[in-house]
Design a protein around this ligand. Structure first.
Ligand SMILES: [Zn+2]
Length: 419
């Protein structure tokens, strides 16, 4: 924060920097975990269910009591806005999602929304008035377990998918998204994409082991890695395992094994890329038959498009070098997301100013922020996940870790507010 900004805020508040209340944030995490709470301390709160309605109602009631205005759009995204002093400025948004996986945890997504509520409480309590409106967002269906695709609400909001197409999607019981929204009373009046945010900051648990392993308090998330999926079909010749000499075999599984090793080696040669063969189907899959066909599914990820391109080229080369009949199909890809350098820097500066250890990190998982990055300057803040666990009832981050994340989010918002 600049000296001028500090002075302005000190004048406005009559005190120093506002600080979030760690116990209050933790109490909210415990309080909301009862909506869909499981016996083993997790949460099952699939999107647009009765449990989701309960936590949405809770969120709105809390924000209303703090003086926020509430908007709900057609796809059920909730926007709770705490007014700033200059309505002509674009709102600064923070948030994440309140839905969970089946037998999910208490933190994934939830932390980012509840930290937003805590920010508003802190601003109100310290009579801090921002220049910009501050909007806390709960995005509909981030998880994608009841309705696919994931990150549905932010996808429609950002223009990545069409409202009518998404509304018509069904769950396993044949219920449409539209009907589910109507059933819980969250098919709102506001048109989707009604507001252009000045910036978006999402606090989230890491869902991986890196921060904990390096005892780092804060992950400064620079982007979300890209993904390329490939299907491989290998055709060999089925033959008798006893009577076919080794020199005369056309073994599809041996060729597949070479590809599995090549995928590992390619990823290792392109750090921090990762490569996985997670699916293998062998035909006929019988002990005494030389395999005649194999299907493989490959997942390759890298933070840069150039890295992905190089990994794909290396894969094509490795496959071409094999003496076998192989079809390699690039079936799906998702481009890497690079977050806004100014917001990323604000996150790093905030962590440093608060005295927390921080390191840059690329998200291995998808997030609503990946969609929002397409329409406004965006970044994310990660805190450590115990044992790297997520999408698991044992998912855990300590009260101190959650509070550090919220503190960094508050300082980041204060910094952006001065720009
Ligand atoms: Zn999440």
């Amino acid at each position: 924060m600049t000296a001028e900004g500090q002075a302005r805020r000190s004048t406005a508040t009559g005190s120093n920097m506002p600080e979030i209340n760690s116990e209050r944030l933790w109490a909210d995490i415990i309080a909301t975990a009862r909506f869909g709470g499981t016996d083993r301390g997790g949460v099952t709160r699939l999107t647009l269910t009765e449990e989701d309605r309960q936590v949405r109602d809770w969120f709105i009631a809390e924000c209303r009591s703090l003086g926020c205005t509430i908007e709900v759009d057609r796809i059920g995204n909730i926007f709770a806005t705490y007014a700033g002093e200059d309505p002509s400025l674009p709102p600064i948004a923070v948030g994440s999602h309140l839905d969970t996986q089946p037998q999910g945890g208490r933190f994934d997504g939830i932390l980012g929304v509840l930290a937003g509520v805590e920010l508003i409480r802190t601003l109100k309590e310290t009579a801090t008035v921002l220049r910009h409106d501050l909007t806390v967002v709960n995005w509909t269906n981030e998880e994608g377990s009841r309705f696919s695709p994931a990150m549905m609400g932010s996808g429609v909001f950002s223009g990545a998918s069409h409202l009518e197409t998404i509304e018509a999607l069904t769950d396993r019981d044949g219920t449409t998204v539209k009907a589910a929204l109507e059933t819980i009373g969250y098919r709102g009046e506001t048109s989707v994409g009604h507001v252009a945010f000045g910036a978006y900051v999402e606090l989230h648990i890491e869902q991986g082991p890196l921060l904990e392993a390096s005892t780092t308090d804060i992950g400064i998330v620079t982007g979300v890695q890209g993904v390329r999926w490939f299907d491989v079909s290998i055709t060999g010749t089925e033959a008798h395992a006893g009577s076919t000499p080794m020199t005369q075999r056309d073994d599809a599984l041996v060729a597949a094994s070479e590809i599995v090793l090549a995928v590992r080696d390619i990823a290792r040669r392109h750090p921090p890329g990762v490569g996985t063969v997670g699916f293998v189907a062998v035909g006929p899959n019988s002990r005494n038959v030389v395999p005649g066909s194999v299907q493989l599914q490959i997942d390759m990820r890298h933070p840069s498009e150039e890295g992905l391109r190089q990994m794909q080229a290396a894969l094509e080369q490795a496959v071409a070098a094999l003496d076998a009949k192989i079809a390699l199909d690039h079936i799906w890809s998702k481009q890497p997301v690079v977050f806004d350098p100014v917001i990323v820097e604000a996150v790093g500066d905030s962590a440093k100013a608060l005295g927390y250890s921080a390191a840059e990190i690329v998200s291995g998982a998808g997030h609503d922020a990946a969609h929002i990055a397409g329409i406004c300057p965006t970044a994310m803040i990660f805190i450590p996940s115990k044992d790297g666990l997520s999408h698991n009832e044992a998912e855990y981050s300590s009260p101190e870790e959650c509070a550090r994340g919220a503190e960094v989010m508050l300082q980041t918002v204060l910094q952006i507010d001065l720009k």
